[in-house]
Design a protein around this ligand. Structure first.
Ligand code: SF4
Length: 122
C-alpha cells in the first residue's frame, strides 16, 4: 500500500509543510510542499536517518551542584538516544570542568562525544 509522510521543514523560518509520497517498497515517488531543494534534502534525510543534538545532564559528586549540563558534540541518530542516556547513568563528574570538556567519548558508539556545556569550578 502506498503511503505518505508529512514533515515540517526546519531549514528556515518559513517552516514548509512537506508531504512525501512513498510506494509500496518505501521508495519516494513525490515530494510536495518544499519551496527549495535544500528543504527537499532535509526532509528526505529526516525520513531516512533522523538526527538530533542531545542535551541532557550528568550527575556530579557535589551535592551543592548535583547536575552538570552536557550535549553531544554533533547531531546523532535518534535511534541512539536511549543508548546514550543509559551510558550517562553511572557517570559522576568531579570538578573542575571547563566548557567543552569531553565527559563521555564516542558516546554509545555514535561518533559524537558528550561534552560539558558550562564551566564548573566546584
Ligand atoms: S523547504 Fe526551503 S523554504 Fe521551505 S522551510 Fe525548508 S528551507 Fe525553508
Amino acid at each position: 500500500m502506498a503511503a505518505s509522510e508529512t514533515v515540517i521543514c526546519i531549514g528556515c523560518p518559513l517552516g514548509c509543510r512537506v508531504v512525501v509520497s512513498l510506494d509500496k517498497k518505501g521508495n519516494v515517488t513525490r515530494i510536495k510542499g518544499a519551496q527549495c531543494k535544500q528543504g527537499e534534502r532535509y526532509v528526505l534525510k529526516e525520513l531516512r536517518e533522523p538526527v538530533r543534538t542531545l542535551t541532557t545532564t550528568v550527575r556530579t559528586m557535589d551535592d551543592a551542584y548535583p547536575l552538570l549540563p552536557v550535549r553531544t558534540t554533533r547531531p546523532v541518530l535518534k535511534t541512539l538516544m536511549a543508548d546514550i542516556m543509559r551510558e550517562t547513568v553511572g557517570v559522576r563528574v568531579k570538578p573542575p570542568v571547563r566548557c567543552g570538556k569531553v565527559i563521555i567519548a564516542d558516546v554509545a558508539g555514535s561518533g559524537a562525544d558528550l561534552a560539558a556545556t558550562t564551566d564548573w569550578k566546584g
